[in-house]
Design a protein around this ligand. Structure first.
Ligand code: CUA
Length: 275
């Protein structure tokens, strides 16, 4: 058998692959910087903190992404097949230890820094004058219940749930506290006033998500999950379910109306008259 001399690989192939990596980096950075693809401005103070945390995380991960991909492009070109024999390496334990530790510190650090904005809406007491609204998700609608003039929610009985007879939540007619409860398919809240949502589900796991609030919370059967926020901009915003909850998931949405205090009082009066 003849031993032929090993030939050099093509520098063009290596150069093209490196170029493809550089293009990938440029396109990715452009996608993230494109203003049309940025989320709408937040309408809560907590939303600003969430955005700040998002930008920080993005800056850190983008730096790592850009450096590592450009490094890869460089390595692809420099270490292309030059006709010499490749040699085996067992790796470098010190380097392994360093970059694993750096990754752990980075991700734990970002997690700890982001914790406050998340916890502020969940683990702090709402203000004493916060308006309570119960949010009930089911396949595939949201229902919002206000306590009415007495300020008390009526008792619920799952056996009485009947959307077709106008009692989707199963409010017990025997409980006087439930007589004035208001149940509506959209959420209306006053501007600059704290609202506490009490989030529930009647069947599977759903999710309450409003981009502009920067709030996203699962609705879990058997649990009542409180969440509070103060919206600071009058307007209409979309509420969507962001858990794949069944065939009708794609159409499970509602509307958040942030209105003036006067309009909110009018809304309560109109709804009380209509119930
Ligand atoms: Cu409910 Cu998706």
């Amino acid at each position: 058998m003849r031993n032929r001399k090993h030939e050099r690989g093509s520098a063009v192939t290596a150069a093209l692959l490196s170029l493809a990596l550089v293009i990938l980096v440029v396109v990715t950075v452009w996608c993230f910087r494109e203003p049309a693809w940025r989320p709408p401005a937040p309408i809560t103070e907590i939303g600003k903190a969430v955005d700040h945390q998002y930008d920080l995380t993005l800056a850190v991960t983008a730096t790592v992404f850009i450096l590592s991909q450009l490094g890869l492009a460089l390595a692809v070109f420099i270490f292309r097949d030059k006709g010499t024999r490749a040699h085996f390496t067992r790796g470098n334990n010190t380097m392994e230890f360093l970059w694993t530790s750096a990754t752990i510190i980075l991700f734990l650090g970002l997690g700890i820094m982001g914790r406050k904005a998340w916890a502020d809406t969940r683990f702090t007491e709402p203000q004493s004058d916060a308006i309570q609204v119960e949010v009930t998700a089911n396949q595939f609608v949201f229902n919002f219940r206000y306590a009415g003039p007495d300020g008390k929610f009526g008792r619920l009985d799952p056996k009485l749930i009947s959307a077709s007879t106008g009692n989707p939540l199963g409010i017990d007619p025997a409980d006087p506290a439930g007589k004035d409860d208001i149940v509506v398919p959209t959420l209306t809240v006053p501007v600059d006033h704290q609202v506490e949502l009490l989030i529930r589900s009647q069947d599977v796991i759903h999710n309450f998500f409003v981009r502009e609030l920067r709030l996203q919370q699962d609705a879990v059967p058997g649990m009542m999950i409180p969440l509070h926020f103060t919206a600071n901009t009058i307007g209409q915003y979309e509420i969507v379910c962001t858990q794949l909850c069944g065939l009708g998931h794609y159409r499970m949405r509602s509307v958040l109306n942030v209105v003036s205090a006067a309009d909110y009082d009018k809304f309560l009066k109109d709804q009380a008259a209509a119930q």
